[in-house]
Design a protein around this ligand. Structure first.
Ligand code: XUL
Ligand code: CO
Length: 436
């Protein structure tokens, strides 16, 4: 029995000329792109928190959304929320969703009561996954909203908070495993500091490294095959966050012996806050061998904070997917819409419309990215630019067969005087513009 919350049960694909706001114009899940169905290339996920738990608050105002499951803090409301959520996943035809513990259960006060309430909803999710075929892209724990986390979760000066964080992660990892989750994400919103004056950086780094090692050990113990991922973000809510960006996370993983166990979930808006582009973070993760998955949401470029808006810029999205496709596409990762509708977007259909637009934008971006790569002009240019390195001699240099003295001698004996060549930036920009 449908709850009747949404005006339609299924959003159809109607093609680029459709003017129906509740239809896809570019996302046809069965369309083949670079040898895979579009659905399998993009691997879309809906974020439970933004669509079903967010009430429309901002720093200056309270809830604007009136949902039948608000504001009750009980299991009955949590169950209705789950019913509506799975109706939306089905209406959109998304293969995945993602959630935090706190998104899906009421807060009943104690750890034990909350765990039981959470597991009861997880039981409902298991049945609904079975019924609808929708799967879990990733599970995660909310270790940042409740006041107990205000000074950090694993990085808290109080070891009892460290223990509480560990117990929460264990509960969420168990649930993710039970639901066949493809990944498990750790985003450390409070793993950082508000002021260095009260902070011991060395201790906090050791604590965070220990926790992540415990998580990885436990994953292996229970046989969870999902990928553990850290989600970088430089700040907000903390003034400074330790998982600043991809390169910083990689250094942390190396330091704690985890670089082969943990990958990154890269969010577009977080990349921008770190002073990077989205494609920079994706390309960096690929270069370091830790690319996992993406949160596809943009910030308002003027406001300077994380506004979690749905993507609507095709050229930007195309560039991001072009790096993902060059790296071989997603394996266990996917495209999670860590995005929320604006607080004036009150209607149930606004939730559908936002996701439809985002899915169409991503579909257009991915198809443009595939066309760029299939054309070959751009990747071949980059390949050629470095082709001087391909000979045995220069490969030997990279492999450590030649030292600094021999290199210096070669320059003089062979009279090497390199001639600079054009980097062709504008040419490449024009080439890419042919596809977007
Ligand atoms: C916060 C953020 C989170 C993580 C999951 O900026 O991106 O929603 O994706 O905790
Ligand atoms: Co995110």
């Amino acid at each position: 029995m449908s709850t009747g919350f949404f005006p339609v049960e299924r959003v159809p694909y109607e093609g680029p000329n459709s003017t129906n706001p509740l239809a896809f114009r570019h996302y046809n899940p069965d369309e083949m792109v670079m040898g895979k169905r579009l659905e399998d290339q993009l691997r879309f996920a809906v974020a439970y928190w933004h669509s079903f738990a967010y009430e429309g608050l901002d720093p200056f105002g309270g809830p604007t959304f009136q949902r039948p499951w608000f504001p009750a803090n009980n299991q009955k409301a949590a169950k209705l929320k789950a019913d509506v959520a799975f109706e939306m996943f089905t209406a959109l035809g998304v293969p995945f969703y993602a959630f935090h513990d706190a998104d899906i259960r009421p807060d009943l006060g104690s750890f034990k009561e909350n765990r039981k309430a959470y597991e009861a909803i997880v039981d409902i999710f298991a049945a609904k996954q079975e019924e609808t075929g929708v799967g879990l892209l990733w599970g995660t724990a909310n270790l940042f909203s409740h006041r107990r986390w205000m000074a950090g979760a694993s990085t808290n000066p109080d070891p009892e908070v460290f223990a509480y964080a560990g117990a929460t992660i264990k509960t969420c990892l168990d649930a993710t495993h039970r639901l066949g989750g493809q990944n498990y994400v750790l985003w450390g919103g409070r793993e950082g500091y508000e002021t260095l004056l009260n902070t011991d950086l060395k201790r906090e780094d050791d604590q965070m490294g220990r926790m992540l090692n415990m998580v990885v050990d436990y994953k292996h113990k229970i046989g969870f095959k999902g990928q553990i991922m850290v989600e970088p973000k430089p700040q907000e809510p903390s003034k400074h966050q330790y998982d600043y960006d991809v390169a910083t996370v990689y250094g942390f993983l190396k330091r704690h012996g985890l670089e082969n166990e943990v990958k990154v979930n890269i969010e577009q808006g977080h990349a921008i806050l770190a002073g990077h582009s989205f494609e920079h973070e994706i390309a960096m993760a690929q270069a370091l061998g830790v690319f996992g998955s993406i949160d596809m949401n943009r910030n308002d470029y003027q406001s300077g904070w994380d506004t979690d808006q749905f993507p609507n810029n095709v050229p930007e999205v195309a560039l991001a997917y072009s790096y993902i496709l060059q790296g071989g596409g997603f394996t266990q990762g996917g495209t999670n819409f860590d995005s929320r509708i604006r607080r004036q977007s009150l209607d149930a259909e606004d939730l559908l419309i936002a996701h439809i637009g985002a899915m169409d934008t991503c579909a257009r971006g991915l198809k443009a990215a595939a066309a760029m790569l299939e054309d070959g002009t751009w990747p071949n240019f980059v390949e050629n630019r470095y082709s001087g390195w391909n000979s045995d001699y220069w490969q030997g240099v990279l492999a450590g067969k030649v030292g600094l003295e021999a290199l210096a001698a070669k320059v003089e004996t062979e009279g090497i005087e390199p001639e600079p060549v054009s980097g062709k930036q504008e040419y490449l920009e024009n080439v890419l513009n042919r596809f977007v």
